[in-house]
Design a protein around this ligand. Structure first.
Ligand SMILES: [Ca+2]
Ligand SMILES: [Ca+2]
Ligand SMILES: [Ca+2]
Ligand SMILES: [Ca+2]
Ligand SMILES: [Zn+2]
Length: 350
């Protein structure tokens, strides 16, 4: 059963029915021979074409190749592949797709967005980069490992305009309603954020406030991982950095800039609580973004992720905030802890 819903446009009950009806059987394709190489070249969006181009007028146009200019694709290196020629590797595993599974014997995965293999490449790339970012922060070396396994992604099999993570099966399903969800790197990383929480604290997010923290972390992490990758590849950020899912949201928002949610909504606890995890998550995610702005991404994200190990599955905002302040103090010291304390106090949480 879908436990984590990406968009605010779907209702859980209908989503369950759609998920059951919309899952299609994998296409049987003869297995191709292994290629033996563990890196490859690929074309991707970083993290999405609206953010990198600043063109808020881009639209899906029914998944047409010409809807996004060629210049909005970036050539990247896929790493940690298992050598099978398929998009399977140490940190991401693209599963049972509609249409042919992407396979390459020449070390290139060059597809445009009208080809479902493009979304498969996106899921592999962003899933792998998310784990590489965690490792760059020390998770798995100086800090405990976080979701350090081949995360499963099911791409384009679900017809609704939604994505979700199923903790029991440890799978992430990326839907194809509107703009295909896996065409937006921020949607992929948001869902991966749920897998990160599930790996750190099994069953995390069982209440309104803990569920809101889950949504907030996914939103926040999608932006910070997207920014890390963009910097490494020299890709500009031409939309507000606080805007989440600039491209996917063009299908269901009219305001410009197009954002599913933002990290600077200005919401304050408790008067802005709506009783819905995505909406209420904007309170928490703004605190995380403020910590990042004040301390820099590396310090902030080490604190934010490491603190999550200490969250109860049904934590309150206040308890999780106190844990985050304590983590800042033990990792860095009093002045960093004071910055974290202020970020949560500014939102009314502490
Ligand atoms: Ca597509
Ligand atoms: Ca996992
Ligand atoms: Ca979509
Ligand atoms: Ca964005
Ligand atoms: Zn979510």
């Amino acid at each position: 059963m879908p436990s984590k819903i990406w968009t605010t446009t779907a209702v859980l009950s209908s989503t369950v029915a759609l998920a059951l009806a919309g899952l299609t059987a994998p296409v049987a394709v003869a297995k191709q021979p292994p290629v033996g190489t563990t890196t490859a070249k690929a074309l991707v969006f970083i993290p999405n074409p609206v953010q990198s181009s600043g063109d808020e007028s881009l639209t899906d146009q029914n998944d047409s190749a010409t809807a996004v200019p060629r210049g909005d694709y970036y050539e990247v290196t896929l790493t940690d592949l298992d050598g099978s020629g398929y998009l399977k590797g140490t940190w991401a595993n693209v599963r049972s797709n509609t249409g042919p599974a992407a396979y390459s014997s020449n070390g290139t995965y060059f597809y445009d967005r009208s080809d479902d293999r493009f979304e498969q490449v996106m899921a592999y790339f962003w899933g792998t980069e998310t784990q590489k970012y965690l490792q760059s922060l020390g998770f798995g070396s100086t800090l405990p490992a976080v979701n350090a396994e081949s995360q499963d992604y099911k791409v384009d099999q679900y017809g609704g305009d939604n994505s979700f993570e199923i903790e029991k099966r440890d799978t992430i399903t990326l839907g194809k309603g509107g703009v295909d969800d896996a065409e937006d790197g921020e949607v992929i990383v948001h869902e991966t954020g749920h897998s990160i929480h599930a790996a750190q604290v099994p069953g995390f997010g069982s209440t309104l406030e803990s569920g809101s923290i889950g949504e907030a972390f996914g939103d926040y992490f999608s932006v910070t991982v997207g920014d890390w990758v963009a910097k490494r590849y020299g890709v500009p950020v031409k939309a507000p950095l606080a805007c989440v899912a600039d491209w996917d949201s063009t299908s269901y928002t009219t305001l410009v800039p197009h954002c599913l949610r933002t990290l600077d909504a200005g919401k304050h606890y408790p008067e802005d609580v709506k009783g819905e995890v995505h909406a209420d998550g904007e309170i928490w995610s703004q605190a995380l973004f403020q910590i990042r702005t004040a301390l820099g991404a590396t310090v902030a994200d080490r604190i934010i992720v490491d603190a999550q190990f200490g969250f109860a599955p049904d934590t309150s905002f206040a308890a999780a905030a106190r844990q985050t302040v304590a983590t800042a103090r033990s990792l860095y010291g009093a002045s960093q802890a004071a910055v974290v304390q202020k970020a949560f106090a500014d939102r009314g949480i502490l």
